[in-house]
Design a protein around this ligand. Structure first.
Ligand code: PMV
Length: 364
């Protein structure tokens, strides 16, 4: 991989740099709830597709530290104080994993290629990209050939995934072109709570090359953050049942993806989306992130699938927007449906399109 990195030696120390473009991802089986103890460990396994066309681009320069400043953050070259607490907390959490951080001030510049305020989870792409940059710099510092050496017995992608996870759980699944599985599951070889792994084995051609249209229903701030939403699972009356369902659904979904059972795939993905939102509606306190147009779009999708018989389904993130997943082979028909039928339900007619299954790329 052609990673540009600078090693300009100052008096005693080197300056290390890395840059990555990292996709966002959409979960098919949802991560919702954390294990108690440990740092950001999932209560159940999840699986996602990366959204290669919705990504963060991040460049990090690690300069020898001259004061107590751990990092400087800019968003597209402009200071963004509101992002600083999350990054500060992330760097504190990984301090024991990355003792080298204490010797450097990180100059982090990041930006997303999708508009802010569209309700798209930017933390997965953002922390994914940051984890990749840190894992890369770490390898440079250790003198290991970039993208080749192992740190703490993890290869580069596992280590990037591991570090990203600590920033934002779902971010750890943004590292692979194959479906990414995070969380221990008997159905997936090598699966771990600590980092995501690419799904082993062949995926049936009918479940490759799918695409995602994100229909923007609401572009405002969520009324309950994901962090608070996860925490509500701790005392949730249905938590145990949900975690069991997710385990089971992961096994069934993996089986469907390997065998090409598109109908079963669709049923599990849609059920997972509704289970996620059911857990929100039955949390104490309860809350609701779907909006009237979320439901209107879901019903239109169901009607269209019923009448056309085409391979498509919806899923939801922790928000009001609808992700319309479909086999890329029906792109033209699908986009016609979106533009004629779904557009009126989208806020200011906004939607975003992405391929699935692209992995991060090094950037200058
Ligand atoms: O990564 P977090 O803490 O923002 O949690 C995100 C959880 C969902 O997006 C709702 C589901 C998932 O698995 O991505």
């Amino acid at each position: 991989m052609n990673v540009e990195h600078a090693q300009n030696h100052t008096e005693n120390h080197a300056i290390y740099s890395a840059g990555y473009q990292c996709p966002s991802n959409i979960a098919l089986v949802k991560y919702w709830g954390k294990k108690s103890g440990g740092v950001q460990l999932p209560a159940n396994p999840s699986i996602s597709w990366s959204l290669g066309d919705l990504y963060a681009s991040t460049v990090v320069h690690a300069l020898p530290r001259e004061n107590d400043q751990a990092f400087v953050f800019t968003l597209g070259g402009v200071s963004k104080a509101s992002f600083e607490p999350k990054i500060a907390s992330f760097l504190t959490k990984i301090a024991s994993d990355c003792p080298w951080l204490i010797d450097f001030t990180l100059h982090i510049d990041s930006q997303n290629n999708f508009p802010h305020g569209t309700g798209i989870a930017s933390s997965a792409a953002g922390f994914g990209a940051l984890g990749l940059c840190l894992a890369h710099i770490e390898q440079l510092i250790h003198g290991a050939p970039a993208l080749d050496g192992r740190v703490n017995n993890m290869d580069f992608w596992q280590r990037s995934s591991y570090l990203s996870r600590i920033g934002s759980g779902s971010a750890c699944r943004s590292m692979f072109d194959k479906p990414a599985v995070w969380g221990l599951s008997e159905a997936v070889n090598g699966s771990s709570d600590l980092f995501a792994v690419p799904l082993d084995g062949e995926i049936h051609p009918d479940l490759q090359g799918w695409k995602d249209v994100v229909l923007i229903v609401d572009d405002g701030e969520k009324s309950v953050s994901s962090t608070d939403g996860h925490a509500l699972l701790e005392a949730h009356p249905y938590a145990g049942a949900r975690f069991g369902q997710a385990q089971k659904n992961l096994g069934l979904l993996v089986e469907a993806m390997r065998s090409g059972d598109v109908q079963r795939f669709i049923a599990i993905v849609e059920s997972e989306a509704l289970q996620l939102h059911s857990m929100m509606m039955t949390s104490l306190p309860y809350y609701l992130l779907m909006r009237p147009n979320t439901l209107a779009i879901i019903e239109k999708i169901w009607q269209f699938r019923e009448s056309s018989g085409l391979p498509l389904c919806f899923t939801l993130d922790a928000g009001a927007n609808v992700h319309l997943l479909y086999d890329g082979k029906i792109d033209k028909t699908l986009m016609n449906f979106v533009n004629t039928t779904l557009l009126p339900y989208c806020k200011n007619g906004q939607y975003l399109c992405s391929d699935t299954g692209k992995r991060p790329a090094a950037i200058v």
